[in-house]
Ligand binder design. Sequence first.
Ligand code: ACO
Length: 357
Amino acid sequence: MSGLDDVIAAETVLSEVDGANGRLVICGQSLDALAGKTSYEGVLSLLLAETVDLDAAGVRVALATARLRAFEEVAHLDPALLSLSITEALRALMARLPDGEDAETALLLIAAPAVFVPAVVRRKAGLGALAPDVNAGHATDMLTMLHGQVPYVEAAAALDTYLVTVSDHGLNASTFAARVVASTRAGYGSAVLAALGALKGPLHGGAPGPVLDMLDAVVRPEHAADWIAGELARGERLMGFGHRIYRVRDPRADALKSALARLGAGGGMDITRLALAEAVETEALKQLHAAKPGRVLETNVEFFTALLLEALGFPREAFTGVFAAGRVGGWVAHAHEQIATGRLIRPQSRYIGPKAA
Ligand code: ACO
């Protein structure tokens, strides 16, 4: 009960997570039919059908305009923010955006993380922030703003696959936070900020950076067994494994593993790193299954997210921000859906403290 397991707190047409069968459906289409086959703008046109009502081409134009508007905020980036983590700096920049409940605000909030994350990464590295290109697709432009050059088609396609894959996922912690805040009619901006705060934690969107820390610590495939045994003996959790809903393999892990394969060595994938990751995954699953026979623990989305975003050249501190750049579409769509119910979310607690004298 303390984690609201199995409690249904909303009805949604946005996504369905079938934990028993390892299936994710977004707006009536399975993840298999979307990942690698449609752009982020395409999935937004589905998620935002009730919010902005544009087709994929219309979303592409509107989102590009919104990226330009978001970039105006980068000029006001307080240098003091650069001492914060990338997620904290992103949160501070997102807090500058308006709090309306209209289509323009929705698109601005969705466009902004893809502009702010590369800008903060570059500014922290002592480089200048780069303006968006209104003619580019969202994923291509995010990579161009990060690296200062137009990415290979395969790299842009891999980021697009990632953004689509994480765009929505039922009532996860950050989406629930967005719906709670939206239900108070605080506005989309406040809902997105609350969601970003929830995403930051290592049990939710903060896991992929630590996945790479784990690979760095293991160093070589033949060390995986001992390293993992040591972690589990100390009661540590292995990042990138386990999920509250999935009782089988997270389908998003496979979507991203396929994206990595398509990216290939030419697109930045490091074959040695992938071999190390596969050894760690195999050993982790073996030991987790033995350690927790009553609780099926499988690979989750964060494991291959880490490898994919590393191959695309994002520093690991930026991974949660890149996750936000994808999930923000779902947050806004859920905020809109919650507002449309006209109902404040206000559950009850059961008092178990001392009785009043
Ligand atoms: N490594 C080691 N043990 C684990 C792991 C793990 N990754 N995940 C769960 N367990 C253990 C728990 O310690 C617990 O053991 P216990 O019963 O002896 O106390 C048992 O398995 C059951 O775990 P729960 O806490 O009930 O699982 P829950 O559903 O609450 O947790 C969660 C899900 C938070 C994702 C968990 O699996 C975890 O911490 N994973 C590592 C962090 C991670 O990868 N997060 C990203 C999740 S995906 C996403 O949010 C986008």
